[in-house]
Ligand binder design. Structure first.
Ligand SMILES: CC(C)(COP(=O)(O)OP(=O)(O)OC[C@H]1O[C@@H](n2cnc3c(N)ncnc32)[C@H](O)[C@@H]1OP(=O)(O)O)[C@@H](O)C(=O)NCCC(=O)NCCS
Length: 342
């Protein structure tokens, strides 16, 4: 039985102090079938393969077909994560879908995903924290296991960002990719997920945003529909410099240093941002760094679990190893934590 915080004299609520430690038990991903090379992108925008590679590190990305809906990709990734964890969908207590590309205001998509998976005993909700959404979900899942709100939590990061872009806009069209990644978080004898370091800066809301809101479009549909826009250089500076202390605080919160890491898995926004963070963190040269962006583009909330999935598949990051995760993006929002890899 877990330790109990005693109720105060008289009537009060009794809560367990810590039901269980938590860790990631299983991992899965789904990548759309269609590969879009830089050459193909350059048939729509005035650019070159070399410019795109040099500025972003992207060589190709996957774009979802009409049958590869957000729900479909999420269910594929989640099914793989459940199988990997050996956990029954009916035992999941909460399904969290991190996304910014579910295009219906209501209802949320997570309940439909839970239904399709057979997660009949789960609470389910969507979480909007841009490219930091997955790391927010991991933080919530950990705390739910700690507190006993759920025994197993499914965290999915999934995006169809290509529904949100103008593919002829050369400032953004080469960046996004689609896909889904998922993890199952559950009880553990040892701590397997460190404390989250997270935050937001709404004063920079306009740095990654939509060109207009859906209401203004409904009121006046004669203009172009809302699309994704960003101030690339501002995002670049913020991510390259301000996310480093966040990552350092996450290491500190977990009681480790960069020398203890077996992998660094940052959000896949831009290879130059990743390399700048690696240098500023003084990451030892033998620590593998996720560079899934080269073949996946920026998949926003899906990027960290997809990068984790590739590193494990390629044998770059050992199961049971220690990894630093950090997500950052629209909001502006960020979240970082240290995890034991599944
Ligand atoms: C988007 C990004 C790759 C652009 O790179 P950059 O070096 O900042 O490029 P700039 O926007 O300053 O543009 C530099 C020049 O390239 C041109 N350019 C812009 N897009 C281009 C393209 N697709 N192909 C060729 N040239 C392009 C510009 O017009 C500009 O030309 P000029 O110097 O003659 O005016 C970069 O800012 C970035 O990656 N930012 C972060 C993006 C990000 O992480 N977003 C997601 C956050 S989660």
């Amino acid at each position: 039985m877990p330790a109990q915080t005693p109720a105060p004299a008289g009537r009060g609520i009794t809560v367990p102090d810590l039901v269980s430690h938590a860790r990631i038990l299983g991992l899965g991903g789904y990548r759309p079938r269609r590969v879009i090379t830089n050459e193909e992108i350059c048939t729509w925008i005035d650019s070159t393969d070399e410019w795109i590679r040099t500025r972003s590190g992207i060589t190709e990305r996957r774009w979802a077909g009409s049958d590869e809906t957000l729900a479909f990709m999420s269910v594929q990734a989640a099914s793989a994560a459940l199988a990997d964890a050996g956990v029954d969908a009916a035992d999941i207590g909460c399904v969290i879908l991190a996304t910014v590309s579910h295009l219906e205001q209501t209802p949320a998509l997570a309940p439909q995903i839970a239904h399709q998976l057979g997660a009949v005993n789960a609470a389910a909700f969507d979480l909007s924290a841009g490219c930091a959404g997955f790391c927010h979900g991991v933080a919530l899942g950990r705390d739910m296991i700690h507190s006993g709100s759920a025994r197993y939590v499914l965290v999915i990061g999934a995006e169809r960002l290509t529904d949100l872009i103008d593919k002829n806009d050369r400032a953004t069209a080469f960046i996004p990719g689609d896909g889904a990644g998922a993890v199952v978080i559950g009880p553990s004898e040892q701590p397997g997920i460190g404390p989250v370091v997270w935050g937001a800066d709404g004063s920079q809301a306009g740095v990654i945003s939509q060109t207009r809101d859906w209401k203004s479009f409904a009121d006046d549909p004669s203009g172009p529909r809302p699309i994704w826009q960003m101030s690339g250089q501002q995002v670049f500076r913020w991510a390259s410099y301000e996310m480093v202390p966040v990552a350092q605080r996450a290491l500190q919160a977990a009681g480790i240093t960069v020398d203890d890491l077996d992998a660094f898995i940052p959000h896949q926004a831009n290879l130059r941002i990743i390399d700048a963070m690696v240098r500023a963190l003084k990451l030892p040269a033998d620590v593998p760094v996720a560079r899934d962006i080269a073949e996946a583009g920026n998949t926003s909330a899906a990027s960290v679990p997809l990068a984790m999935e590739r590193m494990r598949r390629d044998g770059q990051a050992p199961s049971g190893g220690t990894a630093l995760l950090i997500g950052f993006g629209a909001g502006l929002s960020y979240a970082a934590q240290v995890v034991t890899l599944p």
